[in-house]
Design a protein around this ligand. Structure first.
Ligand code: DGY
Length: 333
């Protein structure tokens, strides 16, 4: 980047107006006014002459893309907390910095997890379909009965920021909290939650299981035929983390057979081309990856991504660096 000039940024998706206004105040930016989804080749072509990329979870920043990026690119800032869409090792190997946006979407995502838990437990998908299709004829004492969440054991798989925010909300609904995490939480964070040192132990006690772990090689397909079979009869599973933590065949079979009572999903394998069988299951309460989708939260995510970019281009360490090393911008073209 020539000294004195503003950093040049490619922004792959349309962002909230306040975020784009801040971008234009500090960067020579190429925005995406019509919000079209860019192919790998398009991202690479548009990255030409830029110093950084501002990307989203909907962009697959894999090793092939990273290898093809022009040498002027020094940072990939993601508008997301999760970063399984970025090949971090490939980025680090090329000396690229990469950043994410932790903290700012914790509450919005925890709210959606509670919506899924309540929606699944109360049969909201079938109820909404009955209203929309006009098939609701009468109030019936035994019609469309859900199950209470109060008094149920909520298993939280991954007790990070979002998992803990879900636990806080679930306590207010009268659920008891169980969790599995790589490390047991310190007492001030654990509170009355019951720790299970094994994934299996958690599935065995979970009347409702909420997935909050990151997508990693270790957690991929962790929700599978074997683990689902451990859950109590009529249990509920909800996922606001990542679709690839779930084996779709196993989850659909468990719901279709009645082994699971209901499911709530905000994330899917191969979004947005989800397994079509989910649409046919009345006990599946489904949302299109809305976890962070509030204006306040999306603004905060954008500002956090920009805090990272600003720090990086000012020669400071980006606060949310997810790559081990960064190359100084002074070596930029
Ligand atoms: C994230 O930031 O990782 C979320 O999935 C987007 O809502």
């Amino acid at each position: 980047m020539p000294s004195g000039s503003r950093p040049r940024l490619l922004v792959t998706r349309k962002l909230p107006a306040a975020v784009e206004a801040r971008i234009l105040g500090s960067y020579e930016a190429e925005l995406n006014a019509d919000d079209s989804v860019m192919s790998r080749d398009e991202i690479v072509a548009r990255a030409d002459g830029k110093d950084g990329l501002l990307v989203t979870v909907a962009d697959r920043i894999d090793g092939t893309l990273i290898a093809a990026l022009p040498p002027s690119i020094h940072i990939i800032a993601s508008f997301s907390v999760g970063y399984d869409h970025i090949d971090i090792e490939a980025a680090a190997a090329r000396g690229l910095a990469a950043t994410n946006t932790p903290d700012v979407l914790t509450d919005a995502t925890a709210d959606i997890a509670l919506l899924l838990i309540l929606g699944a437990a109360r049969g909201a998908a079938a109820g909404m379909a009955a209203i929309r299709e006009g098939s609701w004829k009468n109030w019936a004492p035994t019609g469309m009965l859900g199950t209470d969440v109060g008094g149920k054991r909520l298993g939280i798989l991954g007790m990070g920021r979002i998992g803990r925010a879900v636990a806080k909300r679930a306590r207010a609904f009268g659920m008891s909290i169980h969790y599995h995490n790589r490390h047991r939480l310190p007492p001030d964070q654990e509170g009355d939650a019951i720790y299970h040192s094994s994934v299996e132990g958690l599935f065995e006690v979970s009347d409702i299981l909420s997935v909050h772990c990151a997508s990693t090689p270790e957690t991929r397909r962790l929700v599978n035929a074997q683990t689902l079979a451990l859950m109590p009869e009529g249990a509920i599973l909800v996922n606001t983390a990542r679709g690839d933590i779930v084996d779709d065949d196993a989850l659909i079979a468990a719901l279709a057979s009645g082994r699971l009572r209901a499911i709530g999903l905000d994330v899917f394998n191969n979004e947005p081309d989800i397994d079509p069988r989910y649409r046919t299951l009345p006990a599946a309460f489904l949302l299109p990856h809305l976890g962070s989708a509030t204006l306040e939260t999306r603004n905060a995510m954008g500002f956090r991504a920009l805090d990272n970019l600003d720090a990086f281009f000012a020669g400071r360490e980006a606060p949310d660096l997810i790559t081990p090393h960064r190359r100084s911008t002074s070596s930029a073209s």
